[in-house]
Design a protein around this ligand. Structure first.
Ligand code: ADP
Ligand code: MG
Length: 664
């Protein structure tokens, strides 16, 4: 690789290796080494580290496996490594890893032969908990190279979060890629994501092993609410990382980042040389949620005047016309560039490769030239796209790349990457600022049931039912007269968090006798349950409105999360709920309502007026503010249901439950 410094072989069996003098042990080295590659079996690792510490070494790579990942003795050995290295200030990559490749610095401890430096150095910083993913990514250098590739393995000392921090500060790195199985230092990890976003470096994250920890997710009294992958996706969103689902998507986002200019929004306009291709791209884009907005009538008129009649609505735009590409394409590209709403121009002709048997030689370079010229006169990013992922023409890539024009491949992955990058550029969500205040959560309690929970939340601005806490039948009747019939009667007890399960909620009581009978019946039930109670709740009956659910729970790694969904549905079964990490960012509450499919019921349909969504947004914000302030004390909040009335009539919290963390 052209490394300039000394390399010292260490092995007791040889006096020299590759004509360099070989040292019997690490303690015999002429100086303290910058980095040591420990190419020894796991039994030799700790003795080697002791010698290295003595010689003043400050960094090492441990390749061998059989440590924490196998548990037992391996875990114990890894803990010892961690302890020793913390004490001796030695940074460790691994164990169970392939090391670090640094093409920009021309050095490597990566456990693969570097056969050629061609195309290796670039602007992509890769951190991977899997070494073979590093190998896979390094196998294709057609569109981008790497600043540093880190196979971080078990992260006994240095975590993926710390590597990301390093890459954020690294001037050679323009885009950071993380392949993760788990996040070992969640707080440091989100801090690194925040720093990357602030520095304008996208962090593209591919996380596997999602289902494994699904159980540790959001919980509520409806059961396991959220899989961990949902939580992790929300954390990535909140901290402005770009999440991808597979290596194809990952590769295209990284390829999209190679363009000199990046899309500033989601307005993608595609130019093709074929009607069939235009139709296929539109179908594919639509099926994966990529909106290709039609061009304006003015743009359409301009293209039809310059190029000839077009089919469809102009996005994708088939500008083949009379087949004179040299004339038509530049005109169509200029029209798309000028189209209001266009953030990025994509040119897609037929796929080609370096050795294809058919077609006029040099056509790919001609198209590249047309696109480069169009990009030159524009301040919007331009991309070449192929129909299929990975089918590329190297000569064309080279011509485009030197001109700062990106090449993406595959309509689904390629356009998806532009959308992700455009959204990333456009969104700069900031934590919401709020001056809201209210009553404090009482200390030393485990369960805070409906009556007290609602009083507390009301002080934070959540609208709640009118109600009275009563002890006797006479008090209940007086309360009902004050509230006006019909009323609802419920038990009040921290020991009975789910009241209706025990028949301890009665709705629609419309006269004295009904109320009296309901109370007598419930008193019997409570006696047979044998639970202490605080009394009875006589509550106004909310006859109208649509029931929704809002809740807060704690993710074991990432802290408080807010959930929203429709009431009365099996949330855990349908998975139709929205999730956000607290504190909320601007626009989160409204967006959450939009994400829930069932929330379509809140809109106007069949003559029914729309529900009061602004009031619901306010209600979610009030809950979020309360939960954010009390995040350390709260295990779980469950508002179920909130009734959302028709437009202008607000919403009302009908039932609430707060579960506090064990103070211990
Ligand atoms: P639980 O502890 O079983 O969740 P709730 O207080 O939520 O008890 O009551 C159960 C159901 O009864 C609610 O989901 C709602 O449909 C209905 N309900 C409860 N209180 C009212 C009320 N004040 N107005 C209208 N419906 C109510
Ligand atoms: Mg309830």
């Amino acid at each position: 690789m052209g490394f300039q410094g000394p390399v010292w072989p260490v092995n007791p069996k040889y006096t020299d290796v590759l004509s360099a003098p070989c040292y019997p042990t690490l303690a015999d080295l002429p100086q303290a080494p910058d980095v040591t590659a420990l190419c020894v079996g796991r039994a030799q690792v700790l003795p080697s580290l002791h010698l290295l510490a003595k010689r003043g070494g400050r960094a090492a790579v441990i390749y061998d496996s059989g440590f924490a990942e196998v548990g037992g003795e391996g875990k114990r050995m890894q803990d010892e490594i961690t302890g020793l290295c913390r004490e001796a200030s030695i940074s460790i990559c691994g164990p169970n890893c392939m090391g670090v490749l640094n093409p920009q610095g021309r050095s490597t401890t990566f456990k693969q032969t570097v056969r050629s430096m061609t195309g290796l150095a670039g602007n992509v910083g890769l951190v991977s908990q899997s070494g073979s993913i590093c190998g896979t990514m390094l196998a294709d250098l057609r569109r981008f190279g790497f600043s540093t590739v880190i196979s971080c393995g078990n992260e006994a000392v240095v975590s993926a979060a710390a590597y990301i921090e390093h890459l954020v500060a690294d001037p050679h790195t323009k885009v950071i890629v993380a392949f993760l199985e788990s996040v070992r230092q969640p707080e440091q990890f989100v801090a690194a994501l925040d720093r990357a976003a602030d520095c304008g470096k996208p962090v593209v994250v591919l996380k596997v092993g999602r289902s494994e920890r699904t159980r540790n997710a959001i919980t509520s009294h409806t059961g396991g609410l959220a899989g961990e992958s949902r939580v992790f996706s929300e954390v990535l969103r909140a901290h402005r990382a770009i999440e991808v689902g597979d290596l194809d998507e990952l590769t295209e986002v990284v390829a999209a980042c190679q363009s000199a200019r990046w899309p500033k929004g989601a307005g993608i306009n595609v130019l093709t040389t074929s009607g069939g291709q235009a139709e296929l791209i539109l179908d594919v884009a639509t099926s994966c949620g990529i909106e290709l907005t039609p061009v304006t009538p003015e743009t359409r008129d301009r293209v039809e005047c310059d190029v000839g009649q077009i089919t469809g609505d102009g996005n994708p735009l088939d500008a083949w016309g009379n087949g004179d590409a040299r004339t038509n394409m530049p005109r169509a590209l200029a029209a798309l560039d000028a189209n209001p709403g266009t953030d990025v121009v994509v040119f897609c002709s037929s796929d080609s490769t370096d050795n294809q048997p058919l077609g006029r030689a040099g056509r790919e370079l001609e198209y590249a030239d047309i696109l480069v010229n169009a990009a030159k006169g524009s301040d919007k990013p331009h991309y070449m796209m192929t129909m299929r992922p990975g089918v590329l023409h190297n000569g064309q890539i080279e011509a485009l790349r030197t001109a700062g024009v990106g090449v993406i491949s595959g309509s689904r992955q390629g356009l998806g990457a532009l959308l992700k990058l455009g959204r990333w550029q456009a969104q700069r969500p900031q934590p919401r600022r709020t001056g809201r205040h209210g009553a404090q959560l009482p200390a030393g309690r485990r369960i805070i049931s409906e009556f007290e929970a609602k009083t507390l939340l009301a002080s934070w601005g959540v609208p709640v039912t009118r109600e009275h806490l009563v002890q006797t039948a006479a008090e209940a009747l007086a309360a009902a007269r004050d509230l006006h019939f019909p009323v609802v009667l419920k038990v009040v007890s921290d020991a009975i968090p789910h009241k209706s399960e025990h028949g301890l909620v009665r709705v629609g009581l419309s006269e004295d006798d009904q109320l009296r009978a309901a109370l007598a019946d419930m008193q019997d039930k409570v006696v047979s349950l044998g639970c202490p109670i605080d009394g009875w709740l006589v509550q106004e009956m909310i006859g109208d409105g649509i029931e929704v659910f809002a809740g807060v729970s704690q993710d074991p790694q990432f802290g408080p999360m807010l959930a929203f969904g429709m009431g009365g549905v099996a949330i855990d079964l349908l998975q139709d709920f929205a999730l956000r990490q607290l504190p909320l960012r601007d626009g989160d509450a409204a967006a959450m309502i939009g994400e829930v499919r069932g929330a379509a019921l809140l809109g106007a349909y069949r003559g029914k007026p729309a529900a009061d969504i602004p009031a619901l947004v306010e209600c979610l914000l009030a809950l979020a503010d309360f939960a954010t302030v009390h995040a350390d004390q709260i295990a779980e909040i469950d508002l179920n249901p909130i009734k959302v009335r028709s437009e202008g009539r607000g919403c009302v919290l009908v039932d609430a439950l707060i579960v506090c963390r064990d103070p211990a």
